[in-house]
Design a protein around this ligand. Structure first.
Ligand code: CA
Ligand code: CA
Ligand code: CA
Ligand code: CA
Length: 307
């Protein structure tokens, strides 16, 4: 299967099936957490993330300054890709506990874990609608990656992209009317925006880079995303009409990926391989020096910010 995959799929799979690069050395130098010098004042709220520090991937939560890191899931299979409900009472996530990847939901304290998808193909990357009623996600169940939307209880799962290309990694606009996603339908991975029912997809990026993992800013005016070549990506931000793309991060040790905005829109947290182990970092939305929030020798990634 892997031999038939293009560069974008290989990158996506490398990200999403993390075992492919769990050989990354866990030799973190002990560096302090970023609580003393966080960029801007948006160290409010909590950040959910995934980490393999306890042996396999589990969902954790921490304060937005990196303190008070607490594990929420505990089982022998991978749990990752967390996403908050808009009211902060629940977390949707991906878990492999039923052999293949499905979307689950749990209370914000880790209780009441419920399976929402039950499909032999991979379901991943949940994204909760701003009104809390629906969850968008990526699934391979129809033979290639597509964006689906379901009710928040798992009912009425609907393929809204229906395109033979790779369609992956969606997020909602703050008003819930649109969904941004990544697709290679026109040759290489670009960021698109479509209506929340899948109609009228419009391409935002036009470049030879791999553009993926869009995250809509709380004020609705910007989209942060990964842009890169090969297996290396950096954080970029553009206007929601695709204009003024600008690079935010310049890691030298590996990729920066998976952006999430602070509730006040002033900061962006992301995963970074810059220091030899994957950690959660945060940077001002208009640039500057990133600050590391986790310093565990395990891989810490896929932050999701909630107020
Ligand atoms: Ca686990
Ligand atoms: Ca597709
Ligand atoms: Ca591109
Ligand atoms: Ca780490």
């Amino acid at each position: 299967m892997v031999a038939s995959l293009g560069t974008f799929e290989m990158r996506a799979f490398a990200r999403l099936r993390v075992a492919l690069w769990l050989t990354i050395a866990a030799l973190a130098l002990s560096q302090g957490c970023g609580s003393s010098s966080g960029p801007s004042d948006s160290a409010d709220g909590r950040i959910a993330f995934a980490s393999d520090r306890d042996g396999n991937y589990e969902i954790y939560v921490m304060d937005a300054d990196g303190s008070n890191q607490v594990r929420l899931t505990q089982n022998t299979d991978w749990d990752d890709l967390p996403c908050w409900s808009p009211d902060g009472t629940k977390i949707a996530f991906r878990s492999w506990r039923a052999i293949n990847a499905d979307i689950y939901v749990m209370d914000a304290d880790g209780g009441n874990q419920v399976r929402l998808t039950d499909n032999p193909e991979g379901d991943m990357l949940p994204a909760w609608s701003p009104d809390g009623s629906r969850i968008a996600f990526t699934s391979e169940r129809d033979g290639d990656m597509e964006i689906y939307v379901m009710n928040a209880d798992g009912s009425d799962q609907l393929n809204i992209t229906q395109n033979p290309a790779v369609d992956i990694s969606c997020c909602w606009s703050p008003d819930g009317s649109q969904i941004a996603f990544s697709s290679d339908r026109e040759g290489n991975p670009e960021i698109y925006v479509m209506d929340a029912d899948g109609r009228d997809p419009v391409r935002l990026t036009v470049d030879s880079a791999l553009d993926a993992f869009p995250a809509w800013s709380p004020d609705g005016e910007s989209i942060a995303y990964d842009r890169g070549s090969g297996l290396i990506s950096m954080m970029w931000v553009m206007n929601t009409d695709g204009t003024d793309p600008r690079q935010l991060t310049y890691a030298v040790g590996g990729s920066d990926y998976g952006p999430t905005w602070s509730p006040d829109g002033r900061s962006i947290a992301f995963s970074s391989e810059d220091d030899g182990t994957t950690d959660i970092w945060v940077i001002d939305a208009d640039g500057g020096l990133p600050v590391r929030l986790t310093d565990d020798p395990g891989n810490d990634e896929w932050p999701a910010w909630w107020p």
